[in-house]
Design a protein around this ligand. Structure first.
Ligand SMILES: Cc1ncc(COP(=O)(O)O)c(C=O)c1O
Length: 348
């Protein structure tokens, strides 16, 4: 998303609808960092914090390999690098972060062509993908190897378990792999009311989001398909994502995956999005996407957007029609919603 500056008055605590990464860290996460900040431990992940965090992932997800990285773009690119060769192509929705907001990093680092498929709601189906598989075996064409989807999607919608299974089965039947950008996987699981294990069935590699769900920074690449683990250490290091003070990413994940923190944070964000959508809709505002996670897409009267943004920042997605994206977070409170709704009411 384009850059903006939210002015912080030290006397005022401001919460916006810009994105879930505008939020700070959850107090339990901050506490975990303070507790990890004791003495010396071995660098580069050979430490107890990292071991415990990986064990937590295995408690939730089963027999997986886990590699921590700094950010979501890297999680995607590094995961995809392990799944492909440069002559492969990656099929994804045109709306995906991978396609629109990673400055060509997947193309540069994985070296693959992205095939971006039209999507109205952030999702794609096997029916849409089928025609691209005609290229398989043709030496003049890039070879489709990965289907990469976003869950929850970039439009705040959520694939059902059946839709996920259908895509995973389709990929595997065609000797392809399923990659999931799960920057908001916790929001998706909370939305469907399922466990992290259930929502990840059939996935080969998952980018598991931390930053958008109350961590300060840090994402995890989770390899369900352990045949892809070979050389992953080198791929991460060559991708410049091996943290030397790894314990400070690991401790955050351990906290997030303990005491249902991942779920409570995601549930709050999702509930606040539902409330926001319901209340602005009552004012005659059109909601353009199903509100299934922590994002609301809505069309606002153009004349009120700038004033409203100055009060509580959010992004405009489509200038022409005044479509905006409002994102809620683990720390969004009902009072933030009422304040925003009141502003909208006053301005229209
Ligand atoms: C769907 C999705 N994937 C990945 C990312 C991760 O991006 P970053 O590299 O900024 O951590 C984001 C952040 O906005 C996102 O929305």
């Amino acid at each position: 998303m384009g850059s903006t500056l939210v002015k912080v008055n030290t006397m005022e605590i401001k919460r916006t609808f810009g994105s879930d990464n505008f939020a700070g860290g959850h107090p339990d996460i901050i506490k975990s960092i303070m507790e990890a900040n004791k003495g010396h431990v071995t660098a580069y992940g050979n430490d107890d914090y990292t071991k415990r965090a990986i064990d937590k992932f295995r408690e939730h997800l089963g027999d997986v390999d886990v590699y921590f990285v700094f950010n979501g773009t890297a999680a995607n690119v590094i995961g995809l690098s392990a799944m492909t060769k440069p002559f492969n192509s990656i099929i994804c929705p045109e709306t995906s972060h991978l396609n629109l907001h990673e400055a060509g990093a997947p193309e540069k680092y994985a070296g693959c062509k992205l095939i971006a498929i039209k999507s109205e709601d952030g999702k794609i189906t096997s029916g849409q993908i089928k025609k691209y598989l005609n290229a398989i075996g043709d030496q003049h064409s890039s070879q489709p190897k990965v289907i990469s989807i976003t869950q929850a999607t970039d439009y705040g919608t959520v694939y059902t378990l059946q839709e996920m299974k259908e895509l995973a089965d389709f990929a595997h039947k065609n000797n392809m792999l399923l990659h999931v950008d799960g920057a908001r996987i916790c929001n998706a699981a909370a939305s469907l009311g399922v466990s992290l294990k259930e929502i990840t069935a059939g996935i080969d590699i998952l980018s598991f989001g931390g930053t958008k769900n109350g961590m300060l920074y840090g994402e995890a690449v989770v390899l369900f398909n352990r045949a892809l683990t070979e050389n992953f250490n080198f791929i991460r290091k060559q991708g410049m994502q091996l943290a030397s003070k790894m314990r400070f990413i690991s401790c955050q994940f351990e906290a997030m995956l303990s005491n249902n923190l991942w779920l409570k944070s995601a549930q709050n964000a999702n509930e606040m999005a539902k409330l926001l959508a319901k209340e602005v809709e009552k004012l005659g505002i059109k909601i353009t996407q199903k509100v299934e996670a922590n994002m609301v897409f809505a069309i606002l009267p153009k004349k009120i957007i700038k004033t409203l943004q100055d009060k509580s920042f959010f992004y405009v997605i489509n200038e022409e029609i005044g479509e905006v994206r409002l994102v809620t977070s683990f720390d969004t409170k009902e009072e933030d919603i009422w304040k925003f709704v009141k502003e909208v009411k006053n301005l229209i």
